[in-house]
Ligand binder design. Structure first.
Ligand code: HEM
Length: 416
C-alpha cells in the first residue's frame, strides 16, 4: 500500500493533469487514458475552491469507491472542521435547498426514500410507457421529416421526449411541460447563479401546489404515492419536493445527452450505422455501447471520504473528496478489449454509465427505452441522415458531470 507521497503536487500551479478544464470536453478520453496509466488515483487541488479532489479513472477503483460505506454523500457525517471547506462550496450552490434526495443521502435516509420510489420504476411502468414513448418519438421524427432539410436533433427530438416521460411518471399535467422544460433549461444552461436560484424557487412553489393537489385527490402515479407516504410520515415535505426536482433533472438532461451522443457516434462510425440498419435488433446493445463509449454522465456525484480509505494502493484521508469518473472507467482496457472501438454488438458490456451499487440509476430502464425509440425512429426514417456540421465545431457542455452537445444539426435526406 502506498501512502500519499509528499512529492505529489500540492498546489494548482504544479498539476500535471487538469480534468476540470473545459478544453478536454470535446474528447476527454486521451486525458483519461494518460491519467489511468500515470496517476489512476489522482490528487487534484481545485483552483476554484482549494479543495482536494481525488479523480479515479480505473474501472475497479470506480466500482470500489461506489460500494464503500466509508465513502459517502452526507457532509453532516464529517466533523465540523473537516466539513467546513465543503460546506462553503455547497453554500455557493444556488440549489442547496433541494439536496434532500437520494442522490445526496446515505443510509438510512437513502434506503427509506429509494424504497418509496423504486416500485414506480419497475417493469410495469416501463411496459405502460413503452407504446407511448415509441409513438411520441415517431411523431417527433415525422415532424422533423415534414420540416425537411436540416434539423437540430437536440431541440426537435432529444429535448421534448424525456420531459414528457418524467411528467407522465410523476402524473404532472401535460400542460405543465413547457414550464418544467423552462426551469430545467435555466438550471442546466443559464450559467447564472441568480437565475438558477430563481428557477429553483419557482419550482418549489409549483411542486408544493401539485403535492397538495395529490394529497386531496390521489391518482395512480409516483407523486400521489409519495404524497401518501408524506401523510403517513414516511417522507418529509422537503425530501419530497427535493426528490421530484431531482427526478426531473436526472431524467431529463441525461437522456437528452444519451440520444445526442448515441446518434453522434453512429454518424461518426458509418459502418456501425449500416450494421444497425441491416440488423435493427442491435438497437439495445447499440444503446449500451453509447452509454459506455461516450455516456452522458462524466462522473458520479463527488463523494466525501468519511474515514481514511485505501483505493488502488493509495490512502485517501478522511475529509477529502473522491470523484469516480464513469467515462474513464468505461474505457479501461483491463475490462473492455479495444476500449476505443465503438462496437454496437459488444458483449459482454458491463459499463458503469448508470453508476454502480446502492445509487445505481433508478431510471435506467426508462432511459434505455427512450434512447432506443428515438434513435431507432431516426435511423429508420432517414436512410440518408448525416451530420450537417464538422464534428470539430460541435459545442460540448463545459462541465464534466453532464457530457453532451448543445446542438446536433443533422441533414435529413430521405434517400440513402
Ligand atoms: C442515478 C445515469 C436517466 C433517475 C443515476 C446515476 C447515474 C445515472 C450515473 C448514479 C449517480 C451517482 O452515483 O452519483 C443516468 C443516465 C441516464 C439516466 C446515463 C440516461 C441516459 C434517468 C432517468 C431517471 C433517472 C430517465 C428518472 C426518470 C435517477 C435517480 C437516481 C439516478 C432517481 C438516483 C438513485 C439513487 O441515488 O439511489 N443515474 N440516468 N435517471 N438516476 Fe439516472
Amino acid at each position: 500500500m502506498t501512502v500519499t507521497t509528499p512529492g505529489q503536487p500540492s498546489g494548482p500551479a504544479a498539476q500535471p493533469f487538469d480534468p476540470a478544464a473545459a478544453r478536454h470536453r470535446p474528447d476527454p478520453h486521451p486525458l483519461f487514458h494518460r491519467m489511468r496509466e500515470h496517476a489512476p488515483v489522482y490528487r487534484y487541488v481545485s483552483p476554484a475552491s482549494g479543495r482536494v479532489l481525488w479523480y479515479l479513472t480505473r474501472y475497479a477503483d470506480v466500482q470500489r469507491a461506489l460500494l464503500d460505506p466509508d465513502v459517502g454523500r452526507q457532509l453532516d457525517r464529517l466533523p465540523p472542521g473537516l466539513a467546513a471547506p465543503h460546506r462553503r462550496a455547497e453554500l455557493r450552490d444556488p440549489l442547496a435547498m433541494l439536496r434532500r434526495n437520494v442522490f445526496h443521502l446515505d443510509p438510512p435516509d437513502h434506503t427509506r426514500i429509494r424504497r418509496l420510489m423504486a416500485p414506480a420504476f419497475g417493469a410495469r411502468t416501463v411496459a405502460v410507457l413503452e407504446e407511448r414513448v415509441h409513438r411520441v418519438a415517431g411523431e417527433l421524427v415525422d415532424g422533423m421529416a415534414a420540416a425537411g432539410g436540416e434539423a437540430d436533433l437536440i431541440r426537435e427530438l432529444a429535448l421534448p421526449l424525456p420531459v414528457l416521460v418524467v411528467a407522465e411518471l410523476l402524473g404532472l399535467p401535460p400542460g405543465d411541460r413547457a414550464r418544467l422544460r423552462g426551469w430545467s433549461d435555466e438550471i442546466v444552461g443559464s450559467g447564472d447563479a441568480g437565475r438558477v436560484r430563481r428557477a429553483g424557487l419557482e419550482f418549489v412553489a409549483y411542486a408544493n401546489e401539485r403535492i397538495d393537489e395529490r394529497r386531496a385527490r390521489p391518482g395512480d402515479d409516483l407523486l400521489s404515492r409519495l404524497a401518501e407516504a408524506e401523510q403517513a410520515g414516511g417522507i418529509s415535505r422537503a425530501e419530497l419536493v427535493s426528490s421530484v426536482f431531482q427526478l426531473l433533472l436526472a431524467g431529463d438532461e441525461t437522456t437528452v445527452n444519451l440520444i445526442g451522443n448515441g446518434m453522434l457516434e453512429l454518424l461518426r462510425h458509418p459502418r456501425q450505422l449500416d450494421r444497425l440498419r441491416a440488423r435493427p435488433e442491435l438497437i439495445g446493445s447499440m444503446v449500451e455501447e453509447a452509454l459506455r463509449y461516450n455516456g452522458p454522465v462524466g462522473h458520479s456525484r463527488p463523494l466525501y471520504v468519511l474515514a481514511d480509505v485505501e483505493i488502488g494502493g493509495t490512502v485517501i484521508p478522511r475529509g477529502d473528496v473522491v470523484v469516480p469518473v464513469l467515462l474513464a472507467a468505461n474505457r479501461d482496457p483491463a475490462v473492455f478489449p479495444r476500449p476505443d472501438v465503438f462496437d454496437i454488438g459488444r458483449s459482454p458490456n458491463r459499463h458503469l454509465g448508470f453508476g454502480h451499487g446502492a445509487h445505481f440509476c433508478l431510471g435506467a430502464a426508462l432511459a434505455r427505452l427512450q434512447a432506443a425509440a428515438a434513435i431507432g425512429a431516426l435511423v429508420r426514417r432517414f436512410p440518408g441522415i448525416a451530420l450537417a456540421v464538422d464534428p470539430a465545431d460541435l459545442e460540448w457542455t463545459p462541465d464534466l458531470f453532464l457530457h453532451g452537445v448543445r446542438r446536433l444539426p443533422l441533414r435529413l435526406r430521405l434517400e440513402a
